[in-house]
Design a protein around this ligand. Structure first.
Ligand SMILES: [Zn+2]
Length: 169
């Protein structure tokens, strides 16, 4: 995991540019100040902890991860947070609309750094979540919403398993 700029360096150097950033690709400022703006716009105070976790979360494109996965990354990046803080932060980000929680199964909560509506493949045995290509599915027949309600969104999860030949029980 050497593709991330050391976090402390980034947090301490407020305005320096970050290697690897696509220069001028429709973005202004460095990713960290973008992140700070993003948190503020979402109504969250950009605390050091939120910035650190946000940097890990959003610094690598669209991803799907659990609190445990983010906690592991934080430990490797030497970010001093507890697992409880990671949980709380993920839920705050979700409530603020920065993340989307995926309803995959009851045992593990996955968070998607792309909060827009899209569909997923889920490789159950390996706990892997993949975005479905845009053209992957069309949902053109929905039931009427119950009285007094409307459909807010549709998320499709297509469950996958690896082909194993003769391993059927
Ligand atoms: Zn996704």
């Amino acid at each position: 995991m050497s593709d991330l700029v050391p976090l402390q360096a980034v947090l301490n150097a407020r305005t320096s540019s970050v290697p690897g950033e696509a220069a001028g690709a429709g973005r202004r400022g460095c990713p960290l100040s973008d992140l700070r703006d993003r948190l503020r716009r979402a109504g969250l105070r950009p605390t050091r902890q939120r910035l650190s976790l946000g940097w890990l979360l959003f610094g690598r494109g669209d991803r799907h991860l659990t609190a445990e996965m983010l906690y592991d990354e934080a430990m490797r990046a030497k970010v001093p947070v507890s697992l409880a803080t990671v949980y709380n932060t993920l839920h705050q980000f979700t409530e603020a609309g920065l993340l989307r929680q995926l309803a995959l199964d009851g045992s593990k909560a996955y968070f998607d750094t792309n909060p827009s509506e899209h569909h997923h493949f889920y490789l159950e045995d390996e706990g892997q979540v993949l975005d479905m290509p845009d053209c992957g599915i069309t949902v053109d027949s929905l039931p009427d919403a119950p009285e007094g309600m409307e459909i807010a969104g549709v998320e499709v999860i297509v469950r996958l398993r690896r082909r194993t030949g003769s391993r059927q029980g």
